[in-house]
Design a protein around this ligand. Structure first.
Ligand code: PLP
Length: 392
């Protein structure tokens, strides 16, 4: 235990200590955090559905109809008609024959990759992929090769001659907000005879017609991307995740994906709530339009202020500041003015690229953006953090 205390001291000293905040009510642009009302720009509730009255009502109806716990794994007696209906609706939404629900996106990626690749196989991943995709490859015992970020040329050079099984990428990169070059990746993977898996956790709901995501946005069809992963705890405002693909893909996953088989099915009421939020997300395109308007306004304001914007067309608009100390310092200064923006530090992002991860929701108002830009304009440059209290 002495070693653990020393390690915690080391993290504090390196500005890498993480701590949690206490949310005192629902998710939204103005949550109560540690007892104080804040203006927040750090959730993934992009469409503003996590606290939508119709989604809450669907959850309550679901609990009345199905109780709370699912009571067993999907393959035992936990697979309810609520789960099944949601799977059919997700298959329709993604334009694929089948979809399979998982408890979380993290578990989806562990389960899918380790079911499809194994010892002796090769898995190729973008250097900046989400941890769950990288961990899935490690768990599979396949050899993992990481290509340069968003660089299909780098992937093509690494693939040369070797028998690749799977290429996996975020659709929208979770900490950068940029898009993977999906058409080029799809061509490269197909040429090498590898499957392409796209995790569109941050694209679904936000991009494409009816929020169908990065693939729709870039005009890709299911043959080019045979494995699509989506999460439900971000744009759809509930919890859980899914994989969508062919009949055979889903049946193999039901047989082999250990994080699907050996775990209790999520509460059916969550599936009922998600069915409602999916309907709203598809129908209410004003939410996507509003996000785009907020993004345009933020980028114009931040450019005027000379802030370090990244090349992102999505509601994830990081400001890369460099050191963990600087990111913490800026996050704390904003917090002092009642504005919450997470400081994201290594190992979540590479050394030297600590950042403020600013995110928007369709529930934000124009005046919220004004407050944020005013506070950002007042940030001093190059100021070290004096405390280690913070966030992700
Ligand atoms: C790209 C990506 N995939 C998967 C996940 C994990 O999803 P979940 O939070 O449902 O476990 C996340 C974020 O949490 C993510 O950003």
């Amino acid at each position: 235990m002495k070693d653990l205390a020393a390690e915690l001291d080391r993290l504090r000293g390196a500005h890498l200590y993480r701590s949690r905040r206490l949310l005192g009510g629902p998710q939204g642009p103005r949550p109560v955090v540690d007892g104080r009302r804040m203006l927040a720009f750090c959730s993934n509730d992009y469409l503003g559905l996590a606290n939508h009255p119709d989604v809450i009502a669907a959850l309550k109806r679901g609990a009345d109809a199905y109780g709370v716990g699912s009571g067993a794994a999907h393959l035992v007696t936990g697979h309810s008609s609520a789960h099944h209906a949601l799977e059919e609706e997700l298959a329709d939404f993604t334009g694929r024959p089948r979809a399979l629900l998982f408890s979380t996106g993290y578990m989806t990626n562990l389960g899918v990759i380790s079911a499809l690749a194994g010892r002796g196989d090769l898995v190729f991943e973008d250097r900046l992929n989400h941890a769950s995709l990288l961990d899935g490859a490690l768990l599979s015992r396949a050899r993992l090769r990481r290509y340069a970020h968003a660089d299909a040329g780098s992937l093509a050079r690494m693939l040369g001659g070797e028998g690749a099984r799977l290429v996996a990428t975020d659709g929208v990169f979770s900490m950068d907000g940029d898009l993977a070059p999906l058409p080029d990746l799809a061509r490269t993977a197909t040429r090498a005879g590898a499957w392409l898996l796209v995790d569109d956790a941050h694209g679904l709901g936000v991009l494409g017609a009816q929020g169908r995501g990065s693939l729709d946005h870039m005009g890709l069809d299911p043959e080019q991307v045979p494995i699509l992963v989506g999460t439900l705890g971000k744009s759809f405002g509930t919890s859980g995740a899914f994989v969508a693909g062919s009949e055979e893909l889903i049946e193999i996953l039901i047989q082999r994906a250990r994080s699907y088989i050996y775990t209790t099915a999520p509460p059916p009421a969550i599936a009922e709530a998600t069915r409602e939020s999916l309907r709203i997300a598809r129908r209410e395109s004003w939410r996507r339009e509003r996000l785009q308007a907020l993004i345009r306004r933020f980028r114009a304001g931040a450019t005027q202020l000379g802030l370090p914007l990244m090349d992102s067309p999505t509601p994830i608009q990081p400001l890369v500041v460099g050191t963990a100390a600087q990111a913490l310092s800026w996050s704390r200064r904003l917090e002092a003015r009642g504005i919450l923006v997470s400081a994201i530090r290594p190992p979540t992002v590479p050394q030297g690229s600590a950042r403020l991860r600013v995110t928007f929701s369709a529930a934000h108002e124009e005046t919220d953006m004004d407050r944020l830009l005013e506070a950002l304009a007042d940030l001093p440059q190059d100021e070290p953090a004096s405390s280690t209290v913070a966030v992700t």
